[in-house]
Design a protein around this ligand. Structure first.
Ligand code: PEP
Ligand code: MG
Length: 560
């Protein structure tokens, strides 16, 4: 532990500068307290189970109370955690162990690990539940042994939260007025912490080596654009940087679109949406439409395939808010891997991220795609909104051609996502058979770097600033320029204001992102010329690693 001046480097995921003391989030229950508690001295298994019931119910109530104060995705996450803490299967597993004579802390641990194994084998979003389960275990054990629940307990004055990683239940309820920045040792740009921080616009740096060495109370200057964390900085200089950032953010709030570089080159700024509600929210931003409607997110809880009429209603709710001069890109089902959909995905795949996901699901079940395209065409007709349709996980030109034929037969514009390196390398040939391309940098990074996008230990690899990923993007954008067709980016990379400028410099024509990120990207783009964007692209492509790339791109901006 040190109070010396050092600078740590991590992966920046939400821009902004903050200066406040560190608050270390306790992830574990004090092991001394657990040891002191021992087997708890319960008379028999029934008494021990009764103690478990009280602890689990207290934890569940805590989640439910937080859920009542939250909204949107945060409330859903918390409600799900409350349900998990009350889960009958989990209780049955604890009871079985207790009856077999296990001490209660071991019984809870064994039951949780049993469930973690099941969820992990399911992969994707279900695997993420493992984090929630372990969080529940820590809280239940804390109640059993008479310790405070681990996790975030916020003071009234501003802090920078520093943690190994944050449990969904902790990030969901954060107050940006108190939490001025987040710094985690684990996690990548697509981690849960990053997504919630982006939603709340809290400056955030993840994957920071050495973060856990920071002592509680150390003054930190966090730069969510550069990915730097300076300990015990010069206070005056730090406050000056925070004030400059605040000014920039005010300019950002005033930015009203449309997307343009400083010298007037147009760049379409679009939103990523999941359903009608998020589309209605997105339309309040200065956007020219939707660049990614993730249709599979509408069906995560469905056991049966919805009828064409039902699908048409769901899609129409997303198309409806958009009018003249705007368009919506609907992505066909990207079921499988991290997004299992009961009526579509295969079970028991060895390696679902490399398995039958996305467009591949229609090989053995062509009706699935036909029905969806019929539903989209019906919604487009009903609303009159300009509708483009694209397929996820496309690996070959032949797949793209077949898909485009189906889409065009319904009078709609056809494209595919570039998420697999094969599609980036042959982008020029793909553009002979489709009307547009959209680069999914989350998966393109995963597949180019052979690094699971969910693996928090691989943050340095799952970073779209990796030069190899940027070269694949540049190849795709260049093919678009040659063909005179639009090439967008709809992965998280588009939400990074600095990287967005470099992407534009490569020739990307549209950027689609969480609607909360639109103003930040638009305002930054308005400060640079097209020539600077090209210089930024060159600098990022020539860099040896992500950190060097960011520094080189920032240097282009500073030279102004
Ligand atoms: C991507 O892979 O970048 C993308 C936008 O798709 P998703 O994140 O839904 O897989
Ligand atoms: Mg993807």
């Amino acid at each position: 532990m040190t109070h010396l001046q050092v600078t740590l480097l991590g992966t920046p995921v939400v821009p902004g500068v903050a200066h406040a003391p560190a608050l270390r989030v306790r992830g574990e229950v004090d092991p001394v307290a657990i040891e002191r508690f021992g087997d708890g001295g319960f008379a028999d298994a029934d008494t021990a189970l009764a103690a478990y019931d009280v602890a689990a119910e207290t934890v569940a109530n805590g989640f439910a109370q937080k859920a009542a104060r939250a909204d949107g995705a945060a409330a859903e996450v918390l409600t799900a955690s409350a349900g998990l803490a009350r889960d009958k299967g989990l209780r049955a597993a604890v009871k079985k162990s207790l009856t077999a004579g296990a001490p209660i802390v071991a019984a809870v641990h064994g039951a949780v690990e049993q469930f973690v194994a099941v969820f992990t084998s399911m992969g994707g979003l279900m695997a993420e539940r493992a984090t929630d389960l372990r969080d529940i275990e820590r809280r239940v054990v804390a109640h059993l042994v008479g310790e405070p629940e681990p996790g975030v307990s916020l003071p009234a004055t501003p802090v920078v939260l520093v943690a190994e990683d944050l449990a969904p239940a902790d990030t969901a309820g954060l107050d940006p007025l108190v939490v001025h920045a987040l710094v985690t040792e684990k996690g990548g740009p697509t981690s849960h912490t990053a997504i919630i921080a982006r939603q709340l616009a809290i400056p955030c740096v993840v994957g920071t080596a050495g973060a856990l060495e920071i002592a509680n109370g150390t003054r930190l200057l966090v730069d969510g654009t550069a990915g730097t964390i300076e300990t015990e900085p010069d206070a005056e200089e730090a406050d000056r940087r925070v004030a400059a950032d605040r000014e920039q953010r005010a300019a950002l709030a005033a930015w009203a679109g449309p997307g343009r570089t400083r010298d007037g080159a147009p760049v379409k700024l679009l939103a990523n949406v999941a359903d009608g509600a998020s589309a209605r929210k997105a339309v309040e931003q200065p956007i020219e439409g939707v660049g990614l409607f993730r249709t599979e997110l509408c069906f995560l809880d469905r056991q049966e395939e919805p009828t064409v009429a039902e699908q048409a209603d769901i899609y129409a709710a997303v198309l409806e808010p958009f009018g003249e001069g705007q368009y919506v890109v609907v992505r066909t089902l990207d079921a499988g891997s991290d997004k299992p959909v009961a009526f579509a995905t295969l079970e028991g795949e060895e390696n679902p991220a490399l398995g039958v996901r996305g467009l591949r699901l229609s090989w053995n079940n062509p009706a699935l795609l036909d029905h969806q395209l019929d539903g989209i065409a019906e919604a487009a007709k009903r609303t009159g909104t300009e509708t483009w349709v694209m397929a996820p996980m496309v690996a070959t030109v032949a797949e793209a051609r077949d898909f485009a034929d189906e889409v065009r037969a319904r009078g709609l514009k056809a494209g595919v996502m570039v998420e697999i390196p094969s599609a980036a390398l042959l982008a020029h040939r793909f553009l002979e058979v489709v009307d547009f391309l959209s680069i999914g940098t989350n998966d393109l990074t995963q597949y180019a770097m052979a690094a699971d996008r969910m693996a928090s230990d691989l943050a340095h690899l799952t970073d779209p600033w990796q030069p190899a990923v940027l070269h694949l993007i540049a190849i795709t954008a260049e093919a678009g320029k040659q063909a005179g067709k639009s090439v967008g980016v709809c992965g998280e990379a588009a939400a990074d204001p600095l990287l967005a400028c470099a992407l534009v410099g490569m020739g990307v024509t549209s950027l689609s992102m969480a609607s909360a990120a639109v103003k930040g990207v638009g305002a930054r783009l308005a400060t640079v010329t097209m020539l600077q964007c090209r210089q930024m692209a060159e600098a990022a492509l020539a860099a040896s690693d992500p950190a060097a790339g960011r520094a080189a791109v920032l240097a282009v901006v500073d030279q102004g």
